[in-house]
Design a protein around this ligand. Structure first.
Ligand SMILES: Cc1cc2nc3c(=O)[nH]c(=O)nc-3n(C[C@H](O)[C@H](O)[C@H](O)COP(=O)(O)OP(=O)(O)OC[C@H]3O[C@@H](n4cnc5c(N)ncnc54)[C@H](O)[C@@H]3O)c2cc1C
Length: 403
């Protein structure tokens, strides 16, 4: 086992760190207050190659491996969770699913412009009455000759109003087990019958974009179907294996941000004649953050390594996501405690960290769902079978060869 990051990894890490510190840091508070995404964020991420970081060069990407994706997410979320959310949906939940399940034509048509950052992508699984219980969804896709006609509502969709393309899961047929009747589609968001809107008044990720998608008789050609009819649930779950990886790696960055803010403040603030860092109870909080940062980091690096090797990593990625997101909420909460009343105001960053950390305990599997998964694996109730299409293992030659 080699714990060193490669030259390439360090380069990617530095590039993203410079971007967020120089360009996002100065404006993030303003946009968080305005509850808007800064207009330059997506084009700039595209320009820097971030939106295609781990996609093979032949499909418009930068040709780095899956660990580079984790490092990118850690750096993005160390600044603001909204930046990492972009990677979770555009890359983890959409582009990587096309890499895994798409036909060559779909890779050229959808993946390549997404990886080049010319098009942004989102993921529509959740509905007003179906979140954790995916099979309760009521969106339908009826086959009509060479097309499908989609109807339904998707809710809580990150980048709903910004994305050009969406990966949508809808019911194509009634089956005894409702999971078997779901099918995945690649849907261009400018098709007639699609409406979108933003959700305001969120607790966190306020400088991001979360919204809804309404579909009324939206016609999609058969060639936009991802996988086979009835594979939608499996595809959605494999999307989550990748999305959860980005969430776990990002939450690791949020723990780090809380830790750094807490260390700085502990040196600045004095009570009873000494730095608050000298009080043992303050040290204990910081020690917990150090522990959780290191553990979360190891968990995501292991999951990334397994992806590089082409190993199934549903269990390991779930553990990473569950642990890192719970720990990031706790770290942000304790960071506020360390900052005292100042932590309660947006003069300091830590109140935003707390608000931003909360959503990740809900999306991409609530913490309860991850506990059920981990308990199920340990008890032998849950096993992962092979998929018809696995996420391809990282192959440096293939990834960096133009054709
Ligand atoms: C900021 C944000 C961004 C999001 N982005 C997206 C996106 O881009 N695309 C998308 O498709 N979705 C997105 N979501 C939706 C998210 O994935 C869902 O909110 C999540 O899956 C939980 O579903 P729910 O909110 O319907 O809660 P429910 O499923 O209704 O759960 C309610 C509560 O019941 C618990 N519960 C449910 N079932 C069980 C069980 N079997 N055992 C024990 N407890 C249980 C849950 O853990 C939770 O505490 C986003 C959500 C947020 C907040």
């Amino acid at each position: 086992m080699d714990f060193n990051l490669s030259k390439e990894h360090l380069m990617v890490q530095k590039m993203v760190r410079d971007f967020v510190q120089k360009e996002v840091g100065p404006i993030i508070k303003e946009y968080d207050r305005k509850q808007e995404m800064a207009p330059f964020i997506l084009p700039r991420m595209a320009e820097l190659g971030i939106l295609g970081i781990n996609i093979p060069v032949r499909y418009g990407g930068q040709g780095f491996d899956y660990i580079a994706l984790g490092l990118v997410c850690e750096e993005l979320e160390a600044m603001d969770s909204t930046l990492r959310v972009v990677m979770s949906v555009h890359m983890g939940l959409n582009s990587m699913a096309i890499l895994q399940w798409g036909t060559e034509a779909q890779k050229q048509k959808f993946l390549a412009p997404q990886a080049r950052g010319e098009k942004y992508a989102c993921f529509g699984l959740t509905e007003p009455n179906a979140g954790s219980d995916v099979a309760a969804m009521t969106s339908t896709a009826r086959r009509d000759g060479d097309e499908y006609i989609l109807n339904g509502e998707k809710m809580w969709i990150s980048l709903a109003t910004k994305a050009h393309n969406a990966l949508i899961v809808a019911r194509t047929h009634e089956t005894e087990d409702p999971h078997d009747g779901l099918t995945a589609f690649l849907m261009e968001m400018d098709r007639p019958g699609i409406k979108t809107g933003d959700i305001h008044g969120k607790l966190g990720v306020r400088a991001g974009s979360t919204g809804w998608i309404s579909m009324t008789d939206v016609r999609i050609p058969v060639e936009n179907r991802l996988g086979e009819e009835g594979e939608g649930f499996k595809i959605a779950m494999s999307c989550l294996d990748n999305g959860r990886y980005t969430v776990g790696a990002g939450a690791t960055g949020l723990i780090r941000a809380s830790l750094e803010a807490s260390v700085n403040y502990s040196h600045e603030r004095k009570t009873f004649g000494r730095e608050i860092g000298r009080h043992q109870l303050m040290q204990q909080k910081i020690a917990h953050m150090v522990r959780d940062y290191e553990m979360a980091r190891l968990l995501y690096l292991r999951a990334g390594w397994m992806k590089n090797m082409g190993m199934r990593n549903t269990k390991e990625t779930s553990l990473c996501k569950w642990f890192a997101t719970d720990a990031s909420f706790e770290a942000a909460n304790q960071a506020i405690q360390i900052h005292g009343a100042y932590g309660y105001s947006d003069e300091y960053e830590v109140e935003r960290y707390l608000r931003n950390s909360r959503g990740a305990i809900l999306y991409e599997g609530t913490s309860e769902i991850h506990q059920l998964m981990q308990g199920g694996y340990a008890l032998g109730y849950r096993k992962d079978g092979a998929l018809r299409c696995e996420l391809p293992a990282y192959d440096e030659d293939f990834w960096n060869n133009e054709a």
